[in-house]
Design a protein around this ligand. Structure first.
Ligand SMILES: Nc1ncnc2c1ncn2[C@@H]1O[C@H](COP(=O)(O)OP(=O)(O)OP(=O)(O)O)[C@@H](O)[C@H]1O
Length: 273
């Protein structure tokens, strides 16, 4: 498969997640206003253990897509399958990490990360050793008893990712998880996420505004058009994992960055219907 070329989705076997021709509109704001068409036939896949990124202009419907995958919204038409099963409208089938860490301020770090297991009905006895082990891997060993306000933004996001990892879901949806961090912390966190994802064996679907973030982390990148969104481009990222800052200096990286930038610039030019 040619790097940077259009690719035809996941190769080999059934994808873990398959979105097929998803359409979604919202009612207009005022009485008599036309419906707002947000997604216009979005088709994409995520394979088991794969890291996939979605890039798109602001307001193109990326968060709406996650709300559909997470069962908070129903599509107007199209199918959402997880492991071949129709999951439209079903909650709790995916792990989710929002832009803000959303840790509960009255729970310490350990109790916060144990929440996903708690919700999934996994006993504390079973979940706690794994939680402690992942906190150490996340560089949060020694912080188990700390409360969220005692941690930096980056540390809170790490705890939030560990919480998502401790749930039983095979697919983790990350909605611009590093958008609120400064550039240095962000790069550190991206490299950290890349290595932890590899160890976890989970599939990740990441929404981001950053081309570099998508190229540094993902196996494949989808680019959405402006609303009503369709998939404009699907690009395979050629480097093996783990990746590093050095990848960003490679001519291939620079070429792919330009390619995605050009598609995104065109994406913004799509007239709004
Ligand atoms: N419940 C709703 N009712 C009406 N319109 C909505 C609703 N939810 C989202 N929208 C509209 O759908 C469009 C897409 O919103 P969404 O938040 O999914 O985009 P996004 O790509 O995640 O944006 P950003 O990149 O800025 O976070 C926006 O125009 C938004 O106003």
């Amino acid at each position: 498969m040619k790097e940077g070329a259009h690719v035809s989705a996941v190769t080999g076997g059934e994808p873990l997640l398959a979105l097929e021709h998803i359409r979604k509109s919202f009612p207009g704001a005022g009485k008599g206003d036309a419906a707002v068409k947000v997604l216009d036939g979005v088709t994409l896949q995520v394979g088991s253990g794969e890291f996939v990124a979605i890039l798109g202009p602001s307001g193109s419907g990326k968060t709406t897509l996650f709300r559909l995958i997470g069962g908070l919204l129903q599509p107007d038409s199209g199918a959402i399958r997880l492991g071949g099963e129709d999951i439209a409208g079903q909650r709790g089938r995916i792990g989710y990490m929002p832009q803000q860490p959303s840790l509960l301020p009255w729970r310490n770090v350990l109790d916060n990360v144990l929440m996903a297991a708690e919700i999934a009905g996994i006993s504390r006895k079973e979940a706690e050793p794994k939680a402690r082990e992942w906190l150490v891997r996340a560089g949060l060993g020694g912080c188990e008893s700390a409360y969220p306000h005692e941690l930096s933004g980056g540390m809170q996001q790490r705890a939030s990712f560990v919480r998502a990892l401790l749930g039983p879901q095979q697919l983790l949806c990350l909605d611009e998880p590093f958008g609120a961090l400064d550039a240095m912390t962000r790069l550190e966190m991206q490299l950290w996420l890349g290595s932890l994802w590899q160890e976890s064996g989970r599939a990740v679907l990441l929404v981001t505004h950053s081309i570099d973030e998508a190229l540094l982390l993902a196996d494949r990148v989808y680019v959405l058009s402006a609303k009503p969104a369709t998939v404009l481009e699907e690009v395979k990222v050629p480097w093996p994992h783990p990746r590093s800052e050095a990848n960003m200096a490679e001519p291939q990286f620079v070429r792919l960055r330009q390619q995605l930038y050009d598609v995104l610039r065109k994406a913004k030019e799509v007239p709004q219907r």
